[in-house]
Design a protein around this ligand. Structure first.
Ligand code: ARG
Length: 466
C-alpha cells in the first residue's frame, strides 16, 4: 500500500471491500477523533511495552515514540483530519504513523486489539474529563459558600410541597446544596477509581499472546492498576455507566437549584435578584428579564439523562464480549461531559451574581405562619401532649386567618388569653428568627449549628475535587 492510500486494519479475508453505505454508516472518526491524543499516548506506552517484550528494538521504539510526539502536536489542528475517511481514530493514527515511519508502523499493533485500545483511550479521556468536572464542582462550591456568607443570618421560609413550611437560615439552605454537590464530587471520584485501571494486554477478548508486563504498562500510563479479566475488558462498559450516573445526579442537583432560583427571583417570590450578565431580555416585551441561564441548565438535563439511558440500552442484550454496538458508547460520554462542565461553569457565574433581598423572605416566613411548629413545640415542651399542642397551634392559626391577624399581632397578653396552655412568653416565637434557635440537633438550623456547619464546609473544601 502506498502512503496516503486508504488503510484498513482487517481486509485480508475479504474478496471485496466494504460498500460505500456500510462504510459511512459504520465509521466513527467524526466523533472518536476526540480521542486522538489519548490514542497516541496509549500507542507510545504500547511501543515501550513492545520493546520490553523484545518485539521492537530500542531504536525502533525511539522512532515510533518520536513520530507520535510530533503527531500529538499535529493532531491538535484541523488539518490533521482534513479529507480523512478512516474507519475510526485508531485506524487514522496508524495510517498517519505509516506516512511518517513507513513499514515500521506495521509493528505497532503486534498483540493488540482495537477492542482493548478503545477501552484504554476512553478510560484515559474519561479520567481527565472527571478531573476537569471535579475542579469545576470545586469552583462552583467556592461561589456557593461565598453566597451563603454574603447573606449570613438571613431568615427564609423553608418549603415543603412548595408551601412555606418552617423558617430556616439562608446559609442552611445553601449548605443543603453544598452536601448534594459534595456527594456528586465523591461519586465522580468513585467513578474515576473504576475507570483508572489499565486494560492493555487484554487482546481482542482472550488476553494477548505476547509476554507483556501489564503492570509496567499501567504504571507508564499512570493507572492505579490493571483490569483482571480480558473478556470483561472487551465486554463491559459499566465504568462508563458509573460516570454517566454520577453526571446525571450532578445535573439533577443543578436542575433543582436552577428551579429554586428561577422561582425565588420571580415577581411572585421576589426575594432574589440575578445579575444582568446571566439573564436575557425579550424581543417583544421591553420589561422582561428572563433567567435563561438557569433554564438552560435545567433543560440540558434531557441530554445528560438521555446519555445514561442511551448507553444502558446499548449495552443491554449484547452477548459477551465485544460487539460493534459498543462503538455507541462514546457520544453519550462526550455529550454528558460537555453538558455538565458547561453547566457547572454557568452556575458558578450565576452564583456570583445572586443578591438576596432579605426583608422579603423574612416577611414571607412570618406572614405565612411558618412559626406554627415552633408554637406547637413550645406547648409540648411545657407539658401539653404533642397531638393536643398541634391542635391548639392549628386553632391559633385558624383564628388568626379568620380575624386577619399576623403572628406579630399576638401580644403576650392576647396570647395568654387565647387558651390556658399558652404563656405570654410564647409571643416571642412569632418572630421567625426565634423558634429556630431551638433546632440545636446536629444538622439543624439553629444559628450555632449552622455557623459550625459553615465552618466545617469551608474546611471540607480542601478535600473536594482532589
Ligand atoms: N471503532 C470501534 C469502537 O469504537 C473500535 C473497535 C473495533 N473493533 C472491532 N472488533 N470492530 O468500538
Amino acid at each position: 500500500m502506498s502512503t496516503g492510500e486508504k488503510l484498513q486494519l482487517w481486509g485480508g479475508r475479504f474478496e471485496s471491500g466494504p460498500s460505500a453505505i456500510f462504510e459511512s454508516f459504520s465509521g466513527s472518526l467524526h466523533f472518536d477523533k476526540r480521542l486522538a491524543d489519548c490514542d497516541i499516548r496509549g500507542s507510545q506506552a504500547f511501543a515501550r511495552a513492545l520493546e520490553r517484550a523484545g518485539i521492537l528494538t530500542a531504536s525502533e521504539r525511539e522512532q515510533l515514540v518520536t513520530a507520535f510526539d510530533q503527531m500529538r502536536i499535529d493532531a491538535r489542528t484541523p488539518a490533521f483530519y482534513e479529507g480523512a475517511n478512516d474507519e475510526d481514530v485508531h485506524t487514522l493514527i496508524i495510517r498517519k504513523l505509516k506516512e511518517r515511519v513507513g513499514g515500521l508502523a506495521g509493528k505497532i499493533h503486534t498483540g493488540r486489539s482495537r477492542n482493548e485500545q478503545v477501552s484504554l483511550d476512553t478510560r484515559l479521556w474519561l479520567r481527565e474529563t472527571i478531573d476537569e468536572s471535579r475542579a469545576l464542582v470545586k469552583a462552583f462550591l467556592t461561589e456557593l459558600l461565598a453566597l451563603a456568607r454574603r447573606h449570613q443570618g438571613a431568615v427564609i421560609p423553608g418549603y415543603t410541597h412548595l408551601r412555606r413550611a418552617q423558617p430556616v437560615l439562608w446559609e442552611h439552605y445553601c449548605l443543603a446544596y453544598f452536601e448534594m454537590f459534595a456527594r456528586d464530587d465523591e461519586r465522580l471520584a468513585q467513578a474515576r477509581a473504576r475507570v483508572n485501571l489499565c486494560p492493555l494486554g487484554s487482546g481482542a477478548l482472550a488476553g494477548s499472546g505476547f509476554p507483556f508486563d501489564r503492570e509496567a504498562i499501567a504504571a507508564d500510563l499512570g493507572f492505579a492498576g490493571i483490569t483482571r479479566n480480558s473478556m470483561d475488558v472487551s465486554g463491559d462498559r459499566d465504568w462508563a455507566l458509573d460516570y454517566l450516573y454520577a453526571a446525571s445526579t450532578l445535573m439533577l442537583h443543578l436542575s433543582r437549584l436552577s428551579e429554586d432560583w428561577i422561582l425565588y427571583s420571580s415577581d411572585e417570590f421576589a426575594w432574589m435578584d440575578l445579575g444582568d450578565g446571566v439573564t436575557s431580555g425579550s424581543s417583544l416585551m421591553p420589561q422582561k428579564k428572563n433567567p435563561d441561564s438557569l433554564e438552560l441548565i435545567r433543560g440540558k438535563c434531557g441530554r445528560v439523562f438521555g446519555s445514561l439511558t442511551s448507553l444502558f440500552v446499548t449495552v443491554k442484550g449484547t452477548p459477551m464480549t465485544y460487539n460493534r454496538d459498543m462503538q455507541e458508547d462514546k457520544e453519550p460520554l462526550f455529550i454528558a461531559a460537555d453538558q455538565i462542565n458547561g453547566s457547572l461553569a454557568m452556575i458558578a457565574e450565576v452564583a456570583r451574581t445572586v443578591v438576596l433581598k432579605p426583608a422579603a423572605p423574612a416577611e414571607a416566613a412570618e406572614v405565612s405562619w411558618a412559626v406554627a411548629t415552633d408554637v406547637a413545640e413550645a406547648l409540648a415542651r411545657n407539658g401539653t401532649p404533642f397531638h393536643e399542642a398541634h391542635k391548639l397551634a392549628g386553632r391559633l392559626v385558624l383564628h388568626s386567618l379568620r380575624n386577619g391577624m399576623k403572628p406579630a399581632d399576638w401580644t403576650p397578653e392576647k396570647l395568654a388569653a387565647f387558651a390556658p396552655e399558652f404563656t405570654g412568653a410564647m409571643a416571642a416565637l412569632m418572630d421567625p428568627a426565634e423558634g429556630m434557635k431551638s433546632r440545636q440537633v446536629p444538622g439543624g438550623t439553629a444559628p450555632e449549628r449552622v455557623a459550625e456547619a459553615l465552618a466545617e464546609a469551608l474546611a471540607r473544601m480542601e478535600t473536594i475535587g482532589v
